[in-house]
Design a protein around this ligand. Structure first.
Ligand SMILES: [Zn+2]
Length: 91
């Protein structure tokens, strides 16, 4: 099986920080207007492994680029595939 874990994204429609459990995504109100023009920031995602919040870009959300957790204690890498989280490299 290659040791891959798959989780499911939990979409929040309202910004409620207490509900940002690991694997939760919240699309920014100003999605597409912040960051690089080619690949703007799109959403806030809590790491499916450690729960650290990080900004992800449009290409990451589209599954074109991997998401790498920003926490010092966690180096998990994963792809977003529709509503699935596909772990590429666990901690
Ligand atoms: Zn993490």
């Amino acid at each position: 099986m290659g040791g891959e874990m798959v989780g499911e994204l939990n979409v929040l429609n309202e910004w409620i920080p207490e509900q940002m459990q690991p694997g939760t995504i919240f699309v920014l109100e100003n999605a597409g207007r912040v960051g690089e023009k080619e690949d703007p920031y799109w959403a806030v995602l809590s790491c499916p492994d450690c729960g650290t919040l990080g900004l992800i870009t449009r290409k990451q959300l589209a599954g074109l680029l991997p998401v790498i957790c920003g926490s010092d204690q966690c180096s998990v890498q994963f792809f977003i595939n529709d509503s699935d989280i596909v772990i590429r490299k666990p901690c």
